[in-house]
Write a protein that binds this ligand. Structure first.
Ligand SMILES: [Cu+2]
Length: 337
């Protein structure tokens, strides 16, 4: 059953997850209440006038007054004061939102169609934003392709990310828990899937980093490394459960023996251990426009120079494991302990 209070809470602002909520929410409430009070006052007076001044038999309109200095002063000065107050509230809030805390930790954020990548101070990266409660963070955001926008509703923190520019934002999470990061700038057909997890851990920053952000490729299984690369770079466009996104699903790719393309002759290969298969996958990743899979458009960015040969190898291992049906979820890149 739907709890009406709960759904009302969902309808209204989400829980306050960062210090920004105390900056933005009171102003939001104030503007909302100013609007409600003015709306009600205007509509009540309008209805009242409509009734008392309605046309009646034998009614002769009085000459309308052309000017009332008192009324004009009231309706000019009143709203002006309110707007000036809103401006100063907004300006002071904006400067708080734009001035990072001195103790903020830096995390680099890379947005691309349709993924988010977070790079931590220790060089580790992943597709989950790990934070520590009450530890301010500064995000440095870049986009690899089109305009995206970073938004975590609980944090009241939002920033557009324009290609070719560096953006900076900060916030201080105050609520432990798991939240969702949304892209709030339409960026292509996978835009609505551009959602990632934000986890605010109770541990202090150093401990949090040690526990959750300490990933070394060499220490991990190649499939897990491949899964992490998939999460960060490919999951926005490729599923592994058979459903098509912007690109074809990876299900069945490793065991397939042929591929058809929009133009040119089809390819046949002898499974994932054949050189033809490896060359095809490697070409698909480095020069996606060389052959376009039938039924899809030329929408994949090239990863030439972005992924090392070693990383390509991890991805291929992952593709094979996914196809073997050995697991339904890619292993999470986080490490506990
Ligand atoms: Cu986006």
């Amino acid at each position: 059953m739907i709890n009406p209070i709960h759904s009302l809470a969902q309808f209204y602002l989400p829980p306050k997850g960062s210090t920004f909520a105390d900056v933005t929410d009171p102003l939001f409430d104030a503007i909302l209440w100013i609007s409600i009070v003015s709306f009600v006052a205007i509509v009540v007076v309008m209805c009242w006038f409509a009734i008392i001044y309605r046309r009646r038999p034998g009614y002769k309109p009085l000459p309308s007054p052309s000017h009332s200095t008192l009324l004009e002063l009231i309706w000019t000065i009143g709203p002006t004061l309110i707007l000036v107050w809103i401006f100063f509230q907004g300006a002071s809030g904006y400067s708080t939102l734009r001035t990072p805390d001195q103790d903020a930790e830096l995390i680099e954020v890379t947005a691309s169609q349709f993924n988010w990548k977070f790079t931590y101070p220790n060089g580790d990266f992943g597709d989950t934003l790990h934070l520590s409660v009450n530890q301010p963070v500064r995000l440095q955001l870049v986009s690899e392709d089109v305009i995206h926008s970073f938004y975590v509703p609980e944090f009241r923190a939002k920033m557009d990310v324009m290609p070719g520019r560096r953006h900076s934002m900060w916030f201080k999470p105050t609520l432990v828990g798991e939240f969702k990061l949304f892209c709030t700038e339409y960026c292509g057909d996978g835009h609505s899937k551009m959602v990632k997890n934000v986890i605010v851990h109770p541990e202090p920053w150093d401990e949090m980093m040690r526990k959750y952000v300490r990933w070394k490729d060499a220490e991990n299984h190649p499939v897990a490394n491949g899964a992490r690369l998939y999460n960060v770079y490919c999951s926005g466009c490729h599923s592994f459960d058979g459903s098509a996104k912007t690109g074809p699903s990876f299900k069945g790719l490793a065991s397939s023996t042929n591929r058809e393309f929009v133009s040119g002759s089809p390819l046949t290969f002898g499974g994932a251990d054949s050189d033809e298969w490896k060359n095809y996958v490697s070409e698909s990743i480095k020069r996606p426009d060389a052959r376009i899979v039938k039924g899809y458009a030329n929408q994949m960015p090239s990863f030439e120079g972005k992924l090392s040969e070693e990383q390509l190898g991890y991805i291929m291992q992952f593709l094979k494991a996914v196809d073997g049906g050995t697991y339904s979820e890619p292993p999470k890149p986080e490490k506990t302990q």
